[in-house]
Ligand binder design. Structure first.
Ligand code: ATP
Ligand code: MG
Length: 558
């Protein structure tokens, strides 16, 4: 077993293996409900379930928990498969649907009725809730609880045959209306719902409840360890009850709970993410600001970074919120050596080098990543007109400003030292539109014979050969650490109105070969990924993260 990823879950599995439970096998599953796109919280569950299976040389199934036809869709089924594969996990031929088991689940329910462990109830949903009691008061038995087995069998079959309207009857387990655990007070197993199912069409008008379908799906598939999030801890007695009371199951899965992932500055529930999509707060499920796997992928996150993140946060029982800065740290760590470092000027300021001959181009040697020589070198054109970053120039700079200012010298990375001679302004607005500079031919990078020392080094691109680029800068989707902090206000009120800034930029010609999905460092600016919106006319980039690593800083302070 890997020693970098251990947890209380591993301890439980080790113990089970030692005791020879479940024939010493480990078989897990990842059971998404296809009612939305997967998010980073699901990634935690995927890494855990598939990871545990790999570590113990077992298997992990992909199972669609599709028992709620009204909210499910094939679009989601497809995106989920794509996301799991992209994260690097394989289910081979082990992809299942809870709906594959509808016939079996029905048979099991008939068995429970035959054993006097389930009954058809005619109470309305409101009455059922009322009869259930509360945490402090016991429940009350339904007047229909003691129907004969024969009557129950007949009614259940007629429920299936479509003789009763939606919501008029349910099948309930006969457990204990005074149990201290509300989940054990005769929970509903089946409901009548006329809805078209994405796989079974109109075959069924009764659908099993999650708490009934889940343990049985696990048992049917021979799952040994059913790992889920802590809100199901109170459901475990019901899970076990179902496994124990359904006859002839050949597997006894064990449910283990862990704390779900919460991430700062975002929301995680699919229901809420769907609202953001449907109400137009973002462009779609794969909007690069979304915490969805498809959003993170489009943004430029790597599967390696996400897996590393999931490993670092680990698994525990206690709920906590992880700072989004850790996720950002992980992608920086992954891209440090991988991403070529090219130059891009995000907010361009034109610079004319007066003593450089017109029509001349000099090709400068530039390494592609000084941390990783394997990425090789390229040539960068240098010419009379270049662009630098607007905020690398100040007309009236404070003392500690080491970049360009009137009369000052800076080095252009991989090129020459230039000096600012004059500032050209728009006559009407006073806005700086151009700098006139001179360069020192003795200072060519790598062959500098001038002995000059300058404090600042700037990135730049040559105007003539530059490629147009749209650069999309993202900030957190929500202004608050915890957008759901107040129960009284809608979380959408905390959406960050400045979460996207779009710039018209220039990038160096080396980007001509860039393909959608390509990841780069823009020197001094951060990591960027080429967006599929790119066209012949212009490249489009998403900023993955800036270079400023607030996570690393926080760790140092500790
Ligand atoms: P959501 O509220 O986002 O819809 P869910 O739990 O209803 O989440 P499912 O599709 O049912 O979504 O989840 C599939 C699996 O992913 C479950 O085993 C669930 O426990 C796990 N999961 C969902 N959200 C998280 C999270 N934030 N952290 C860890 N695991 C999660
Ligand atoms: Mg769910």
């Amino acid at each position: 077993m890997s020693d970098k990823f251990t947890s209380f879950i591993h301890d439980i599995i080790d113990q089970d293996l030692k005791e020879g439970i479940n024939s010493k096998k480990v078989h897990t599953r990842f059971p998404p409900e296809p009612n939305g796109y997967l998010h980073i919280g699901h990634a935690k569950s995927i890494c855990l379930n598939f990871g545990v299976a790999l570590e113990y040389k077992g298997f992990c199934n992909l199972r669609f928990d599709d028992t709620n036809p009204s909210k499910e869709d094939v679009e989601y089924v497809e995106s989920i498969q794509e996301d799991v594969k992209w994260l690097g996990y394989r289910w081979d031929d082990r992809m299942y649907y809870a709906s594959d088991y509808f016939d079996k689940l029905y048979q099991y329910a008939v068995q429970l009725i035959e054993d006097d462990k389930a009954y058809v109830d005619d109470l309305s949903p409101e009455e059922i809730r009322e009869y259930r009691g509360t945490l402090t008061s016991p429940g009350k038995e339904s007047p229909y609880r003691n129907r004969s087995i024969e009557e129950n069998l007949d009614l259940f079959e007629r429920m299936k045959a479509g003789e009763f309207p939606d919501g008029s009857k349910v099948l309930r387990a006969k457990i204990d209306m005074v149990s201290g655990n509300l989940n054990m007070r005769d929970p509903v197993l089946y409901r009548i719902q006329r809805a078209n199912h994405h796989r079974t069409g109109n075959k069924w008008c009764i659908y099993p409840m999650y708490d009934y379908a889940h343990p049985l799906s696990d048992a049917i598939e021979g799952i040994t360890h059913s790992i889920c999030t802590c809100e199901f801890e109170d459901h475990r007695p019901l899970y076990d009850w179902i496994i124990e009371n359904v006859r002839n199951l050949n597997s006894r899965p064990r449910q283990i709970e862990f704390a779900r992932l919460n991430l700062s500055h975002t929301v995680m529930s699919k229901r809420k993410l769907r609202q953001l999509v449907e109400e137009g707060y973002v462009e779609g499920w794969d909007d690069p600001r979304m915490p969805t796997i498809s959003g993170l992928r489009r943004r430029g996150y790597t599967p390696e970074a996400i897996r590393d993140f999931c490993e670092r946060i680990g698994v525990a029982k206690a709920v906590s919120t992880v700072d989004i800065a850790l996720l950002e740290h992980c992608v920086r760590q992954d891209l440090i050596f991988k991403a070529p470092r090219y130059m891009a000027v995000l907010r361009p300021l034109k610079v004319v080098i007066d003593n450089f001959p017109e029509d001349q181009v000099e090709w400068m040697d530039a390494d592609n990543n000084q941390e990783n020589p394997e990425l090789g070198t390229r040539k960068m054109p240098f010419s009379r007109v270049i662009y630098i970053e607007q905020d690398d120039f100040m007309e009236d700079p404070p003392k500690k400003f080491f970049r360009l200012a009137p009369g000052r010298e800076v080095r252009l990375k991989h090129a020459y030292i230039i000096k600012c001679e004059r500032v050209v302004k728009d006559e009407n607005t006073g806005e700086i539109i151009e700098l006139r500079c001179t360069y020192d031919p003795q200072t060519r990078s790598g062959m500098d014979t001038s002995g000059k020392k300058v404090k600042g080094t700037l990135h730049w691109v040559s105007a003539e050969q530059a490629i147009n680029a749209e650069v999309r800068l993202y900030d957190h989707l929500f202004v608050k650490d915890n957008p759901e902090e107040s129960k009284d206000t809608d979380f959408k009120q905390n959406v960050n109105p400045q979460s996207l800034e779009i710039l018209k930029s220039f990038v160096e010609p080396a980007f001509a070969e860039a393909q959608p999905g390509g990841r780069y460092q823009f020197l001094r600016q951060g990591y960027f990924c080429v967006d599929p919106d790119s066209s012949e006319e212009q490249l489009v980039f998403n900023r993955i993260v800036s270079l400023k690593d607030s996570w690393a800083k926080m760790q140092k302070k500790k």
